[in-house]
Design a protein around this ligand. Structure first.
Ligand code: R5P
Length: 305
């Protein structure tokens, strides 16, 4: 078999499903921590002339990045002809400018780190804001898998009377796409700045939302602040409790519990970041299709002449 899938520990079910769809041999990586905290990575040595697909959850990227680099370099060292990466959640994309003097602009630096490690990249809905396209950030082949079709199917099956609500103008791109596919209406909250430290959000047309079930859609929930402010506002309008629908369930600290405490009817996410309660939308099928496209081009290894 000329394809080998190497799953990192934290995304096993998704990785195994991608591996099965790619008809790849699955070769788990041994990862041992020495008492001093350094890692020893051990790969299946039978990688000569194969196409390697790494599948890694990068939710806790600072603790995984170096291991990822070690594994990619070692695969190449063992003879792999190409090494690709499936990172369903691409971190550091929100730090795409210098918000305060002296800050690192992490997005392009992290992109360079990845492209120095692997030959191609597949990810789900990266947070593209000031860098509007993935291929403007990366010089290696990339595929941006959109979660919109799978999220729309979930809405149609579970909340057919939904009105989708985007918490800010940035969300308009994916909320509008999901709403069109699910054939339900949508609105995007307007932000009204009342002072340096005070922002009020408002639903543009509350009357049109009456009689429908609100579903708040965002690409990332991290602290939960954006969703919680939205939930609070919808409650003041007398709308029924909203479902929160999110692509990447980053959930810093107790964000998930705070969403429920703020009145969310339910929190639903894709499985790009594992979460025991809210992963309801599987991305492996779409990820496997994207990998097939890149493997068909059989990108040569970085080490090849
Ligand atoms: C912002 O640009 C993103 O689309 C999300 O709205 C944001 O990252 C959510 O962050 P938090 O949950 O910390 O408010």
């Amino acid at each position: 078999m000329s394809r080998v899938l190497i799953p990192f520990p934290d995304l096993q079910p998704l990785a195994l499903e991608v591996g099965s769809r790619l008809q790849a041999r699955v070769a788990p990586v041994g990862w041992r921590r020495f008492p001093d905290g350094e890692s020893l990575l051990t790969l299946d040595a039978r990688l000569n002339a194969v196409d390697v697909v790494l599948v890694a959850g990068l939710r806790n990227v600072d603790s995984v990045a170096l291991a990822l680099r070690f594994v990619a370099e070692t695969a190449r060292d063992l003879g792999a002809r190409s090494v690709g990466l499936v990172a369903p959640y691409l971190p550091y994309m929100r730090q795409d400018t210098r918000f305060h003097p002296g800050e690192a602009i992490s997005a392009p630096i992290f992109a360079r780190f990845l492209e120095q490690s692997v030959d191609w990249l597949v990810t789900v809905d990266p947070h593209l804001h000031r860098n509007p396209r993935l291929d403007g950030l990366f010089s290696i082949p990339t595929r941006h898998v959109a979660a919109a079709a799978a999220m729309a199917a979930w809405v149609q099956a579970n909340v057919p009377d939904a009105i989708l609500i985007g918490p800010d103008s940035e969300s308009a791109q994916w909320v509008g796409d999901i709403a069109a596919r699910a054939q339900v209406p949508f609105q995007v909250l307007a932000k009204i700045r009342e002072g340096d430290r005070s922002v009020r959000v408002s639903l543009p047309d509350p009357v049109a939302a009456r009689g429908r079930t609100p579903v708040v859609v965002d690409d990332i929930v991290s602290s939960g602040h954006t969703m919680i402010e939205t939930l609070k506002h919808l409650a003041t309008l007398g709308l029924p409790p909203a479902t929160c629908l999110v692509t990447h369930a980053v959930f810093s600290e107790d964000a998930y519990e705070r969403l429920l405490a703020a009145g969310a009817r339910r929190v639903v996410s894709t499985d790009t970041i594992p979460h025991p309660a809210c992963n309801a939308i599987a991305m492996a099928p779409a990820l496997a299709v994207a990998c097939e496209a890149l493997l068909a081009g059989r990108t040569p290894s970085l080490a090849a002449p």
